[in-house]
Ligand binder design. Structure first.
Ligand code: SF4
Length: 463
């Protein structure tokens, strides 16, 4: 039940220090999710068992797949004296028992507060002969008292470039590095498919496709066949260009690749909706030096057809949104393109350009909306706004279902985490086909409500 079920709207008091039902989650979850996008990688949580269990269980509930990860398993002793001994033991055990190609270590609040120096511990592990030949250790600092799951993802994606990418001075003229923001495995597959239509070879990392949506083969595999291999990530230093999809999650890795290996970086939004996909497609056309493939033009045409045919159902509808900055910006732009208004938008995640980009997208409708970012931009605030003035649709992760139920508002699940449905990991919402799916989900939510509530005499068989 939501906290506000039995209340009416009214004056909203500004809170300065209290967050109620945050519109974000914990940094290490993002680092763990990103690390699973390396083939043969075991994420390692340097902290207590509880943190690791929470992060694994959230990913497992979202993907309905086991999310493998190890932990330094801190006890009182390590909390006082530091976690070096635990991590060294863990590195030895993991390489001996589970034989990954890479161990990707992320920190937690506890190990950050102690101040464990992970690179120094890695040096000791190598000096002690605990890292077998040809195997890798990488790490990202992910203190959860700053940032969010988005920051953790960005930090681990950047660590992949820092530790693994190399320039061999042999530019691969058809290879383009794609650093997807936080999207679903199906989205990554769709993005790679779009790049290949241009005759380009995508090196994509993190790549969780075929890892967190791997097929049933009857045989358990600790490391499913998906994910970017170390060799692929290493070769990203020779790509003709890199495309960062989402400035918050992917931007830092692409910038580092440019600094380290002189690979030109192009920052774009996640290709959600018509305009953002157009930008992605045009960037690929420019890199490839070719025309937009016929297949993509046909997909775009189908999307346009649906947008115009169904416009009557979208026109003038208001929407409440919550989630990650990289998703909210193109999603809001897409809603505006079908004449819907993203009336309330909240994110607990940082992202320097978020408010500016939202302002640009909303344009002269900005005064009709509430957009908030930061610790107090939470689900409680969103519900308070809705109590004062209702919206026609909610779009966000599972946590919105309490508001949707209390206020009887159609609800489309999108973002992370989605704990109570399937589909998000299998059906993309990026690209033109993904935009069609988003429209289909929105329309279904509107129609379901209409069918539920219409009186007998106006209960229609057709739209
Ligand atoms: S917020 Fe900190 S202590 Fe809590 S689960 Fe996340 S890393 Fe662990």
């Amino acid at each position: 039940m939501s906290l506000l079920r039995h209340t009416k709207g009214g004056e909203i008091k500004e809170r300065l220090a209290l967050t109620v039902n945050p519109a974000k989650t914990c940094q290490p979850i993002g680092a763990m999710y990103a690390a699973l996008g390396i083939h043969g990688c075991l994420p390692h949580s340097h902290g207590s068992q509880g943190c690791c269990a929470y992060h694994r269980s959230t990913l497992t509930r979202h993907y309905k797949e086991p999310a493998m990860a190890a932990t330094s398993s801190f006890t009182e002793g390590s909390s006082v004296f530091g976690g070096q001994a635990n991590l060294l033991q863990a590195i030895q055990n993991i390489f001996t028992l589970y034989k990954p190609e890479v161990i990707a270590v992320h920190t937690t609040c506890l190990s950050e507060t102690i101040g464990d120096d992970i690179p120094q511990i890695f040096e000791k592990a190598r000096a002690d002969g605990l890292v077998p030949e040809g195997k890798f250790l990488i790490h990202a600092n992910t203190p959860s008292y700053v940032g969010s799951h988005v920051t953790g993802y960005a930090n681990m994606a950047r660590a992949m470039v820092k530790y693994l990418a190399k320039s061999s001075d042999e530019v691969r003229s058809r290879q383009v590095t794609i650093i997807p923001g936080w999207v679903e495995p199906a989205d990554i597959r769709e993005i790679k498919g779009i790049v290949r239509l241009f005759g380009l070879d995508p090196v994509t990392f993190p790549d969780t496709s075929d890892v967190l949506d791997s097929p049933q083969t009857g045989v358990f595999s600790m490391y499913p066949r998906g994910g970017a291999t170390v060799d692929q990530i290493r070769s990203s230093g020779d790509s003709i260009a890199s495309i960062a999809l989402g400035p918050t999650c992917a931007g830092p890795a692409a910038k580092l690749l440019e600094e380290k290996c002189r690979v030109k970086s192009i920052a774009l939004p996640i290709p959600i909706g018509l305009q953002a996909t157009d930008r992605f497609v045009m960037a690929l056309a420019k890199i490839s030096g070719g025309k937009v493939p016929h297949e993509l033009a046909r997909q775009r045409g189908r999307l346009l057809d649906l947008m115009t045919d169904m416009h009557q159902y979208f026109y003038g509808k208001t929407v409440g949104l919550w989630g990650d900055p990289d998703q909210l910006v193109p999603l809001s732009q897409f809603l505006m393109s079908v004449d819907m208004l993203p009336k309330y938008v909240v994110t607990g995640s940082p992202g320097k350009v978020f408010l500016r980009r939202m302002g640009k997208i909303l344009g002269d409708r900005a005064h009709d909306t509430q957009v908030r970012q930061g610790p107090q931009a939470d689900m409680f605030l969103l519900h308070q706004w809705i109590k004062n003035e209702k919206v026609d649709l909610l779009i966000g992760n599972t946590y919105g279902k309490y508001i949707a139920r209390d206020e009887n508002i159609p609800f489309v699940r999108h973002g992370f985490p989605i704990l109570d449905r399937i589909g998000h990991q299998y059906f993309p919402t990026v690209g033109y086909m993904g935009a069609i799916r988003l429209l289909e989900m929105m329309l279904a939510a509107f129609m379901d409500k209409q069918d539920r509530e219409s009186p007998e005499e106006s209960f229609e068989l057709t739209m």
